[in-house]
Design a protein around this ligand. Sequence first.
Ligand SMILES: [Fe+2]
Length: 370
Amino acid sequence: MDSSYFMPTRVIIGDDCIFSNRALLKDLGEKALIVSGKSSAKANGSLADMARALEANGQSSFLYDSVMSNPTVDCIYEAAEAVKREGCDFVVGLGGGSPLDAAKGAAVLALNPVEKSGLFSAAFTRALPIVAVPTTAGTGSEVTPTAVLTNHAAKTKTSLKFPALFPRFAFLDAKYTLGLSRATTINTAVDALTHAVEGMLSRTAGALTDTLAKESVAVVAGCFGALSGDRELDMGIRQKLLYAAMLAGMVIANTGTNVVHSMGYSLTYHRNIDHGRANGLIFAEFLRAIEQKEKNSDSKRIPVILSCLKVRSPDEFAGILDGLFGKKETFTAAELEQYAEQASKARSIANGIFRFEKAELLDIFKKSIG
Ligand SMILES: [Fe+2]
């Protein structure tokens, strides 16, 4: 069984785990740049907990709280400027994928001055130490070497991916996710699900990533009932989703994403549809397309995925997603043509086990949201 796996982030899970493990932060330096969105880190308590831990250690910090959804290249340059101006030694990201990815961007740019025009073609080997505190359960960015940024030049989202971007520490405390709306919880859970499933459908999938992915899919699937109901999502469900999202992050840390993410990025860039929802809108149709391709192939991954999801067919899974997402957005033929063209050129689309031509991508788009 040939396989390899690499993920150097130390993961700490538990209630009040930042403060209980604050000694870990001491070696990172005297001053932290804390990166967050405008309000969520203040509202969910993660900012206060991090500040309390740093203060108890005798460390200082500067707060950069201007990260928007789907952070831009300008945003990470601004955060990197703050690192240098404030003399910070390490970077702490508090939030969903956007602040975590912006923190990674700032940490790498602080040590590697590069022109904006050359950002996506540069190779980076060093970054300041990164600490990640996820406050949504979806992105998995706390355990990946990836920062996804809005790339206006290419009119889509583009990733930086280097081992130096793995966080040094990831602190997972599910209480920060308790206040998330049901819609955000569903979107982020489905994002995690696409990470795990795309990982299983990656050319670079192996025994280790498959083990993590199967567990992640099964845990999220076990939460479908709670997500589709109207009872409050309790701490037990929150812990499961945060754990599953981290597992899925551990998968894509090694496999990357492929077809679904390549397609979903256009919906987010052009129509501002939430990242997880964008993926979810096309997810079931993508599984149907893979099922068709597997009929003429030795690959038999779909039955494994359906078994983890505890459904009998992609149709049954589509019904669950439809129930979670409600009415879908619609798109014109011209929009979908443009998105299929863009997705067909995405670097990561070639990572899937099957090649998808532009016409096939367009077909998935049309059947999903045409
Ligand atoms: Fe994602």
